[in-house]
Each structure stands twice: as C-alpha cells, then as structure tokens.
Design a protein around this ligand. Sequence first.
Ligand SMILES: [Zn+2]
Length: 217
Amino acid sequence: MAQETVNIILVDRQRLLKASLFSDVKSKVETDLNRLFRNELKLSFNMLYRAVDATTNERASFRKFDFVIYIFNQKDPPRTDVREINQIMQDHQIRDKGEAGKFYRIAQEEWRRDAGEGIGIPPLTGYRKVGFIKMDFIFRRTTCEPKDFLTNVVKHEFGHMCNAAIISHTKQLMALSVPCLWVDYLPEDRARIFATLRYLQSFNEQQLDKQYIKSNP
Ligand SMILES: [Zn+2]
C-alpha cells in the first residue's frame, strides 16, 4: 500500500499566528501523530499554514485527508462572530440534519463559551469535518507556554475531527480543559482516531458522502 498524506491545514487569514510559533507547533504535532499512526496505517502527517482564506468552492472540495482548522479570535479584535463559524461549517458541507445537524448548535454554544479553546466538528460516518481555534484564548492562558498549549489544542481538535470524545470529553489530551503540558491520548481515544483514519482509507469521498447522507436523514 502506498503511503498517503494527512494534511492538517491551519487557515489564518488575520495572521494571528506568528511563523516561529507555527513552525514549533508543526514539528511537535507531526512528530507525535507520525509516532502514533504512521507505521500501522501507512499515513504520514503534514501540517500546513495558509494566510489566504479558502473560497466557498474550495471549502466544499477539501478531500477526506484534509483536516482544515481556522484560527480566529473569539473576543479580542479582530473578533469572529458565531454566525461566521456556522457559515464555514455550511461551506464545508457539514450536514444540517440528523446527528450531524446537532453540531451547528453545539458549535454556537462552544464559540460563545468563556472556556473552551476551540471546536472540532466530527465527520461521523462521512468525511466532512472542520475545526476552529480561539487564538486569543491560547494567548490569554498565561500559565501555559503557547507552543505547548497550541500543540495540544491542535491535537485535541484533530481528535474530535476523527470522532474522538464527541459526546463528552474524556481525560488527558481529550479533557474538557486541554492541559498545557505534554500529554497523550487515552487508549480509547487513540483507538477511535485510528478507526476513523482506517475507515477514511477504506472508502472514496463519494462513498463516504453517501453514507453520511444516509445516516443523517
Ligand atoms: Zn473538545
């Protein structure tokens, strides 16, 4: 089996994230995820930065191994409104029906909540997913080193985007309040991520969309 690449794409049109911080986080996230999943799944993990926002068409056309996470401020200027969060979900074709549809309301609550460092919308039985990080929240937590905290937050949202801890948070990396210091996924969360990646490998986008629509009527 040829090695496939998983892209974790941070979209930062307001340039809230400095290049040096991005490169620290990139090397940590890639090292950790490659260690956890590369050998068994023949997947290699790559984190990318883009300051140019994705167009509506592009948002609808990301592939199953593209994990797109938007970097915004929740409160500090330039702040992003909850309506835009929902619009981006719609553009990424997150289904507004069934189990999938519930995540529109969850995202509204999570974006307004004082705590909570970001949001990861799960693909469920499909592949459509998207993430958001509250960058001002990352910097506001002054007891944390931003590069360590942001590394954990990216891995936390990636976990949700692989269906881990979507009903309720667990512990360690998927705890409700993401810790600053390095922690790993709990074995059951790792197993869930592993199963989702393997599931994505097994089907093409058309088949995944069909399944997603069928199970979210
Ligand atoms: Zn979470």
